[in-house]
Design a protein around this ligand. Structure first.
Ligand code: SF4
Length: 97
């Protein structure tokens, strides 16, 4: 009887762990939406996913985060979103070399 309870506990623990892992992954995926020009904050900062400013884009901005070379990267000015590496907004500041 005691062994069965322990087995049930282990099954439940495993299921709970899988549920928590999947829930966490879903939250992370939700937390990093690609920023669009529909976003009010993006509009306020004149964000565009395709920069028209010579030599200035998200990839060389000091506020961009994430991995060099990724098409979409986190930005400190737009939490929970990913910006296009070729994008731009009025918050752009050249990343120091
Ligand atoms: S601050 Fe603006 S230009 Fe800089 S990475 Fe973020 S969205 Fe791009």
């Amino acid at each position: 009887m005691k062994g069965v309870k322990r087995r049930d506990f282990l099954k439940l623990s495993g299921t709970t762990l899988i549920g928590l892992t999947m829930g966490s992954a879903a939250l992370r995926a939700h937390a990093k939406e690609i920023l669009t020009t529909e976003n009010q904050a993006a509009q306020a900062l004149k964000y565009t996913p395709s920069s028209t400013v010579e030599g200035a884009n998200c990839a060389n901005c000091m506020y961009v985060q994430g991995k060099e070379g990724d098409e979409h990267r986190p930005c400190m000015l737009f939490p929970n979103h990913l910006v296009n590496a070729k994008g731009w907004c009025s918050g752009w500041v050249k990343r120091p070399n």
